[in-house]
Design a protein around this ligand. Structure first.
Ligand SMILES: *Cc1c(COP(=O)(O)O)cnc(C)c1O
Length: 499
């Protein structure tokens, strides 16, 4: 008897919400709503149906687990809410997964945000070759098969003063390919001070092993001398490898071997010298206060046989691995079977050619990476004040705003320890937290990515592109508007958040 009572009461507790979900209308009913019918002019029926189902399921879920009290709710009210949120849900689903965001971190080459921003000319070049057939591997003069490298190799070689050039998928591939082609089965001598991890699983010792070469370490973490290299050279030596420590610094009691000394040693023993520069700047950054970033031209002039660097770091181009150096070695690298596995596609080559042309024509201000690095503090101050003012007129009642000093970095494993002076707008929401604001700014399109610092959100203006100030203001308006929130926050206002 007692058992039955218990069962009965259980049933009653369960049936309460399931009764209550009857205030959630049927899909068909919502689809009849004139506003929903209107949306079907823009979005496919299947998409509208899916979004309506999702919103209704969310309503049911919230009622079932008790987050919403169904008392006083009507089908009309729920329908109205679903209709109100439908457009934004449809828009969110319609967005590409890989999409534009606004970089307000101040980190110019932000690896997570796609590193270098391409110049307009490079973006146009991509469009042009993407939309039609191209002479990618066709020699228009001879009417015969050509080389995809021909479009960039001569330009590159000329710019850096090298005999030859080759472009592959990225710099990690360039290093792997170079060592595989030049030193497989032989020793590669490298300083213990340059045993670096670039990121993820890209570690120099692993790359050397993967290439089929044997790593011979010389020197110590902080000091390596030319005699250390000299003593390690044997019949078995296939290359001397120098890695630019582009993402960290060893300071204090240190010594490393200048490239030209390494080259001299290599020459004496007929051993090629490979220099992995990493960032690969084509311009002297001393004007910015950077003193330890050799240019590609300097490395070639110092006599390096092969120099490798990235296309999308300080060069400011597309993702690519660029190999420049002596013809003898570059030809050997190009013929290695791995070269085919890591080759560049036509879109990359088109963008890279456009960027290289800007260097050749000395139109450096049109390269966004360089212009971001070279923006003066006065200009940053003015930009920050403008952002502050425009935010203030749009959402000034909802946030506290202040222009603050905020140094930033080059990022992307470039110029370690080097800080550029900068400015940010510090934003403190009147209601809610900086964390919550940041989340909402990620949900709008384009998302705004800033940095949280205690109870405020910092918007560093160095990495804002033309037009971004308006887009940031727009994002704030959306993020702070009363019915902001994505799928998953779809609650009637009176129950969702404090009034
Ligand atoms: C960044 C870097 C790499 C890897 O280049 P990706 O283009 O990212 O593949 C290799 N070596 C050094 C020294 C680097 O700084």
């Amino acid at each position: 008897m007692g058992e039955r009572v218990e069962k009965a009461s259980q049933v009653r507790v369960e049936s309460m919400p399931s009764q209550a979900v009857r205030v959630v209308p049927a899909v068909g009913r919502v689809l009849q709503h004139p506003k929903v019918k209107a949306l079907e002019q823009t979005f496919p029926h299947s998409a509208v149906l899916e979004a309506v189902r999702e919103l209704l399921d969310q309503w049911r879920g919230r009622i079932m687990d008790g987050r919403i009290q169904p008392k006083g709710l009507t089908q009309e009210a729920v329908t109205a809410d679903v209709v109100k949120r439908l457009l934004s849900v449809l828009e969110q689903k319609n967005r590409p997964n890989l999409r534009r965001v606004i970089n307000a971190t101040g980190v110019v080459l932000h690896t997570n945000l796609g590193r270098a921003v391409l110049p307009e000319q490079a973006a146009m070049a991509i469009m042009e070759v993407a939309r039609g057939y191209t002479n990618l591997e066709y020699d228009l003069q001879e009417g015969t098969r050509g080389s995809r490298q021909s479009h960039v190799a001569a330009l590159l070689a000329k710019l850096v003063g090298a005999e030859a050039a080759l472009v592959v998928n990225n710099n990690a591939a360039a290093v792997l390919l170079t060592i595989s082609a030049i030193a497989a089965g032989r020793d590669v001598i490298v300083s213990r001070g340059q045993q670096v991890e670039i990121g993820g699983s890209f570690r120099i010792p692993d790359i050397i092993r993967q290439s089929g070469a044997f790593m011979v370490e010389v020197g110590t973490t902080n000091k390596t001398r030319i005699t250390d290299y000299a003593n390690a050279i044997t019949e078995q030596t296939g290359a001397l490898l120098q890695i630019h420590t582009s993402n960290f610094r060893v300071v204090g009691f240190t010594q490393s071997v200048p490239l030209k000394d390494l080259v001299e040693l290599g020459r004496r023993h007929s051993v090629p010298v490979i220099s992995d520069l990493g960032s690969g700047s084509l311009i002297d950054l001393r004007g910015l206060g950077v003193t330890d970033e050799p240019t590609v031209q300097e490395c070639i002039a110092a006599g390096a046989d092969v120099v490798t660097f990235s296309g999308d770091k300080l060069l400011g181009g597309p993702q690519a691995g660029i190999i420049v150096g002596r013809k003898r070695w570059v030809d050997m690298i190009a013929k290695h079977p791995l070269a085919r596995a890591v080759r560049s596609d036509k879109l990359t080559l088109a963008a890279l050619e456009a960027v290289l042309r800007l260097y050749r024509e000395n139109k450096l201000e049109e390269i966004p990476t360089l212009s971001a690095l070279y923006t003066s503090v006065e200009e940053l101050q003015a930009r920050a004040e403008q952002l502050q003012q425009e935010l203030s007129s749009a959402v000034g009642n909802l946030v506290e705003l202040k222009v603050v000093e905020d140094p930033s970095q080059a990022g992307g494993g470039s110029l370690p320890g080097f800080e550029l002076p900068g400015r940010a707008v510090a934003v403190k929401p009147v209601k809610g937290t900086a964390h919550g604001l940041q989340r909402r700014l990620r949900e709008v399109h384009p998302a705004v990515i800033g940095r949280q610092q205690q109870d405020r959100l910092l918007l560093n203006v160095r990495t804002l592109l033309p037009g971004d100030i308006e887009a940031v203001v727009d994002a704030f308006v959306q993020a702070l508007s009363a019915d902001a929130g994505s799928v998953g926050h779809c609650l009637p206002d009176h129950q969702d958040r404090p009034l």
